[in-house]
Design a protein around this ligand. Sequence first.
Ligand SMILES: Cc1cc2nc3c(=O)[nH]c(=O)nc-3n(C[C@H](O)[C@H](O)[C@H](O)COP(=O)(O)OP(=O)(O)OC[C@H]3O[C@@H](n4cnc5c(N)ncnc54)[C@H](O)[C@@H]3O)c2cc1C
Length: 579
Amino acid sequence: MAPHESTSSSFMKSLFTGDIAQEIIFPYPMPDAEELENIHLILQAWREFADDNIDARQIDRDKKIPKEVSDGMKELGFFGMSIPEEYGGGGMSKTGYARIFEEICTRDASIATSLGAHLSIGTNGLLMYGNEKQKQHYLPKLASGEWTACFALTEPGAGSDAAGIQTFAKLNEAKTEFILNGGKIWITNGGTADLATVFAKTDVHEKGEVRQKITAFLVETAWEGVSHGKPEDKLGIRGSNTASLNFDNVRVPVENVLGPVGKGFKIAMEVLNTGRLSLAAGCVGGCKALIHKSIDYARNRKQFGQPIAEFEMIQNKISRMVANTYAAESMVYLTAGLADRKVVDYSLESAICKVAASEILWDTVNETMQIAGGLGYSAEYEYERFMRDARINLIFEGTNEILRAFIALSGMQGPGEYLKKIGKALRDPIKGFGLLTEFAVHKVKDRVIHDSLKNTDPRLKEQVDKFNDYAAELKQVVEKVLMKYGKEIIHREFILERIANIAIDLFGIVAVISRIDTRMKADKPVDQELPPMRLYCDMAWRRIRRNLRQIDNNSDAVRKEIVAHAYELNRFPFEVLDF
Ligand SMILES: Cc1cc2nc3c(=O)[nH]c(=O)nc-3n(C[C@H](O)[C@H](O)[C@H](O)COP(=O)(O)OP(=O)(O)OC[C@H]3O[C@@H](n4cnc5c(N)ncnc54)[C@H](O)[C@@H]3O)c2cc1C
């Protein structure tokens, strides 16, 4: 199959092969009218509840969410909003859930984190892989909030390298129970949850051999042998509970194995795909709250006889925050729409949403603090709490470094496999004649015409043309680095980071184009949306140009020299007064 033919149902994976699978992301997805109305009603209920009950400052100070707040949210159905109605939940789509989660984040990040650990990652494994009996048994309790859930993957020796977990579950002689031993750290709701999705190694018999593979288990924390550590004292999201979980000869009935034995790693990754999407939606909520604060402060604070909002350096910051948030929002709800369609693979897109939205939030919080001047730094005001709360998003549910490697490598998998076949064909040119001819035709075509976004509104011509050009360049650069480094590319993180950054920006650009184009075709007003779309695209393609240039023309060797010297001395290597 030629690289320009779509090999997957993922828009971004196709893009890496040079294929623009426009049908996947156009038109921009929208919930149906009934769900939209439902979402608005829930948002309204949340806002009223939050106005009356939530004091984010108190939650941060007391390091806990008041019981009345959790109870109130349970009563309103928030703890089950994404659980299907047949199990007592609200049956919300991913889009609806993301929108409500976003709004929760505008009020309090600790509440959002606890709820996200319960629903996005704590319950999702059961929803996706649970059998009917498991679902009937646990989901109604989780939906009502009578029980809460957590997701237990990370261990002291296995954070980013999640496949390296040591927690072990051994099947007993009678094959009725697994005996679970080990420990997890940094588990959100670890000290409070009733049900944990726990990942542990198990012996798996495969092709006459015994291999150790990860299996997922539903573990009730009330079972004998389960204990938890004291709550971690953290920089931010202080109201959320984070604790270690320990398993000492815990007897887990075989009925509580979640999904197939040995498939736990896949389950963990799929759960995190969903988790990353809601995390990104939460970041969008944080950005919106901060933009409101920035504008409000800038318009009221006067210096040099006028509101600081009038100064262009402040306008520069606010326009960037708005444009970036517009793009993050476009990416998140495009991806949520893909997830709701169920058929498509959205793992790359959700990783992109997580990296982009968490970094946009971090930039936004930084600029908001700057706009607030000295007040921004004071513990009297909310800015510093927003900053402390925002920081975690770059770390959990896959650090942004790991996700950049994932974006680049999983994007390059398709072209890599194709090029591997070309390599084989070159070794056996007679057998591989068909493939080589196809490759040659594709190369010639490449120089003449690229696959492109089509039939978009003429007002978007500039953005669409640039997207098409840079998408073609992504494909070429991927081919080039794969030919140059082969499998070694895994270790070329300077390159992987640039490729991931290009992919992130291309997805941002295409998401805003899809959103505006769909509005234009529906004759909706777009005049106010065009400027943030244009600014985001302008910033994004400047970054893309720089990243493309730096694939070949970079200072990577010099960076290597610097770290080698600094690592050797284990400190900053120089002394200015030493002549
Ligand atoms: C508040 C909080 C809540 C959490 N909640 C949960 C939870 O509910 N469930 C759960 O299972 N876990 C949870 N975690 C754990 C979280 O997912 C991990 O902290 C995270 O995956 C990183 O692992 P680590 O801390 O071991 O860092 P490490 O993996 O040791 O990473 C340290 C640094 O090295 C970088 N790094 C590592 N490998 C590479 C590489 N190959 N290339 C480039 N850079 C690399 C990382 O990006 C990071 O910057 C939580 C953590 C925190 C702080």
